[in-house]
Design a protein around this ligand. Sequence first.
Ligand SMILES: Cc1ncc(COP(=O)(O)O)c(C=O)c1O
Length: 404
Amino acid sequence: MTATARKEAPMNSLTSSLQTELDAMAKAGTLKKFRHIAGPMDTEVDMKETGHALVLSSNNYLGFSNHPEVIEAGVAALKKYGAGTASVRFICGTFTIHDEIEAAIAKMHRTEAALTYVSCWAANTGLMPAIAGAEDVLISDALNHASLIDGCRMSKAKRHIYPHSDMAVLEEKLKESQGARRIFIVTDGVFSMEGTIAKLPEIVALARQYNAAIILDDSHGVGVMGKHGRGTAEHFGLEHEIDIYTGTLGKALGGAAGGYVAASNAVIEYLNQTSRPQLFSNALPATIAASAMKAIEIMEREPERVAHLHAITKRMRDGLKARGFKPLEGPSAIVPIIVGETAFAIKMSQELLGEGIFITGFGYPVVPEGTARLRIQMCATLTDAQVDAALEKFEKVGKKLGVI
Ligand SMILES: Cc1ncc(COP(=O)(O)O)c(C=O)c1O
């Protein structure tokens, strides 16, 4: 059938049923608006719909996505290795750059080894089904990222969910699970919609008491938490207590894509042998591996970046509170402001964009009904002047919409 014939055909039942749902979302004001950016991600971008905008909605925590050295490293790797392996690693081989980035990630997390995936989504959904089987138990925080939830669902293990950071219920579930072959506690380091962090000291103590292994996804913690940006475990001084780290290269560490698992040699070798996205999906592109390696190198070389991220986040929090906003408390670089209904969050984000401030509004089903929010995310290359200008716009829009 030609493209023209397709266009002229009457809507089939699939198309019309999906369109009905989309129309309902549009009517409810919950349809997401996709923005288009005509250049690199940075603190200021050229947005196709509205022109120049200050970005407070990116995971570019350390400002590496448009860093000259990070870009240069990617270009050099592209020239050295070409576009990719053109197959999965066990069939076609591993590039030297993969060995190098995996060594750098393992060093960063103080683990014996690491293994990269094309995303942290692939890492999480490749990890849990591989290491947790029918004889095992996964105990997962209710606010964990969707990829951890899906990873748990894809495993044949028994699953328990504990209310967000509720250590009493976690302990109950650990007690119930005694006798299982393997028990895992699965948690985000930084919870992406709240900006709160996992209660790692308690989790570590419970894990040791009940012989459980900890899986920590620190996608929003690396680059942000701890004096050196090594993440939530560094923040608590518990780096050697975490059995398995997962994380992304698509946020603080360059921002392109890519994910990883960092753990003992045995865990990593087991994943090499059995993890399905590892066995049946291509390797991380060399250009991303090299950019992420450079990002880790700069993060180690310039700890002042992390220090500035902490300082500028405090400036934003204090400024919001001084203007009457009530951001959720938390030590990360995520500053959420709960505004209620999804449609209202989207409206507020549109008003802010009209003022040149780019922040996405999150609503149901990403967060529970009635707790829609604007999620501000900070970047180490934001200046005091940029933050102060943003605060003025928040005040203007907040007053206009009756939020403050
Ligand atoms: C906690 C957490 N884990 C995993 C992911 C997925 O990361 P990636 O984009 O590398 O698939 C995200 C991304 O939003 C995340 O916030």
